[in-house]
Write a protein that binds this ligand. Sequence first.
Ligand SMILES: [Zn+2]
Length: 435
Amino acid sequence: MWKKGIFIILIGAAIAAAYFFTQKSRLASERELAIQDSLAALAAIPEPTLLYGIPIDSFDVYEGKVKWGQSLSNILSEFDVSNEDIYELANKAKGVFDVRLLKAGYPFTIIHERDSSKKARQMIFEPDPTQFVVFNLADTIFAENVKREVITEEKTFVATIEEGSSVSQTIADAGGSILLENRIVEIFAWQVSFVHIQVGDEFKVIYEEQRVGDKVVGIGEITGAYFKHWGKEYYAVHYEQGGDSDYFDEDGNSLRKTFLKDPLSYKRISSSYSPRRFHPVQKRYKAHLGTDYAANPGTPIWSVGEGVVLEATYGKYNGNYVKIRHNSNYTTQYLHMQSIKRGIRPGTTVEQGQVIGYVGSTGLATGPHLCFRFWKNGRQVDSQRVELPPSEPIDPSKLNDYLHTKNVVMNKLMHLESKQPEKKAVLAQIPLNQH
Ligand SMILES: [Zn+2]
């Protein structure tokens, strides 16, 4: 009998428990519904529109460029900012943004009141894509430089020169920028003449791309580069020693070569490079864009670096002269020679220190001397003052470390394959992690 009683109690407890749990779950689902309702309500509130992180929905935005003769105060006074406030702002801007940068054409943004006063609340400048400067005039006056996050990512680049395509075209087709092209040309400038690029020449580059959001803003270090020219392979490995950043080959030699300081053994420098001097023969002032070395007639003249002869001929003023192109950056010229050395003619390859001719006084010259002219990036410069690239090899104490770096970089470069497609585009930009 008591068993039946217990059974009834158990049934009752089960019913109570069942009721309790259904109630609880009903409450839970009610609560969920309530949360969903409030979320929907939140979603209905539009996100504020931000410009340079400033909400602008209640204001108007003016985007302009500094006009000729316009100053910061000119601009701001058009947006109802008092002279006192402009003065205070200019003071606060010191050390944050140099207002002298505001020359004609410089872009700016003003966030101003929507009413007829058009009173400026903020003025914003963007010196470059990695940062912007806010001049705040609403409430408190202050100037602030906001740095955007620059993301650096390792990228690789592979391209092969096609029939009828230039280096620029090839790099552009492969999605590379002019910045990347300039860097590649600079790195290999001493090894390769990019004027004589061939179909089938190949580039491989590992580099750092700098981005702000999705926008590419620059190129960081080029970690390593490979260039195949006329079937010959060149490697460039980036390495820093003694605070200097440079590129080295497989053996740790700098890719850059230096020039001889002077192209001959001379008695004295009879006339230095000068934008203006009195010409001893022409008896008038004119620029002397070279260095004159007085020397005995017949003294051998050396090429200051390896290169290719561009000109070897006679000119009325220059006399017998030779012009040599060393790479895409440097060209030198040697004037008034008694004679040009046999075999030196346009297209001849010369080594550093190779004799190219002999001191004389041909052309417009008062006495035996060598007039030496030097071009850097197409402009004549003073060879005695130009800063020439150092070409120190890897320091012996750093050699093991360098060799380790080199092995890692060269291994990566060797495994970068250009996609060999059916059609024209042999160009691909592929992330490293695909390998
Ligand atoms: Zn001269």
